[in-house]
Design a protein around this ligand. Structure first.
Ligand SMILES: C[S@@+](CC[C@H](N)C(=O)[O-])C[C@H]1O[C@@H](n2cnc3c(N)ncnc32)[C@H](O)[C@@H]1O
Length: 214
């Protein structure tokens, strides 16, 4: 990843904030290094990302797959609940094209609708699942459990915003809610069935894998 690419990516106002600890002044991707680095090191083939404001995570994963020169694939699910950003497919493609990141297959659906679709039925095994949609314990449980049957033995599951009960106004002042992802991640820890690594940057990232697959 060269300096010019980092300048254009981090210089885009779309990719400031949103909890990844990134900064333009020192060309620091923050947690983006973790997403990119694990993708380079582990060479996943299929990645599913649930939820993204402007594509910070799907783009970094797609960029890493491209740099791996493998045939990896990023599938991105987001129903565009914050605004209209993900609604027009041609605009979505042109947004991704700006960052020369390789193909990202977007579905403008909730996880609930996606898993009921033929796309889900046809989906092969998943190596990385990145969960960053609606940040309630109930929703992340759904996002995780729905995809468990599809996870490959070498999978990793990422839960973003997993360590804080931050008050979110992302969906409007009248739809405020507190993050409760940590409640679900605490349950996974208590079950003894998962390895969980917490990364304490901004509202947190937890990286999870089933010990049954060790
Ligand atoms: C804005 S992101 C959170 C910010 C994120 N940390 C980032 O890097 O962009 C949350 C996204 O989840 C999506 N979302 C909300 N409910 C969802 C659901 N049930 N299924 C899938 N995505 C959902 C929203 O459309 C929104 O774009």
């Amino acid at each position: 990843m060269d300096r010019g690419w980092l300048e254009s990516f981090l210089g885009c106002p779309d990719f400031q904030g949103m909890g990844h600890g990134q900064s333009l002044s020192d060309l620091n991707l923050g947690l983006g290094w973790v997403y990119y680095g694990l993708c380079r090191a582990l060479r996943p083939q299929r990645i599913v990302c649930i939820g993204s404001y402007r594509g910070f995570v799907p783009i970094l994963f797609a960029r890493a797959l491209k740099d791996n020169s493998d045939d990896g694939h990023v599938l991105f699910i987001d129903p565009s609940f914050v605004d209209d950003f993900w609604k027009d497919q041609a605009e979505v493609w042109s947004h991704f094209d700006k960052f020369d990141a390789g193909e990202i297959e977007h579905h403008c659906l909730t996880t609930q609708k996606f898993v009921a679709s033929q796309h889900f039925a046809n989906l092969g095994s998943i190596d990385f699942l990145f969960i960053d949609g609606f940040h309630s314990a109930e929703q992340v449980r759904f996002d995780h459990e729905a995809f468990i049957p599809k996870l490959s033995p070498r999978h990793l599951v990422f839960f973003h915003d997993s360590l804080s009960n931050n008050l979110s106004t992302l969906y409007g002042e009248d739809k405020q809610y507190n993050f409760s992802v940590f409640e679900y991640v605490d349950e996974l820890k208590a079950s003894g069935r998962y390895q969980v690594l917490d990364v304490n940057v901004e509202h947190g990232l937890s990286i999870v894998r089933s010990v049954d697959d060790t």
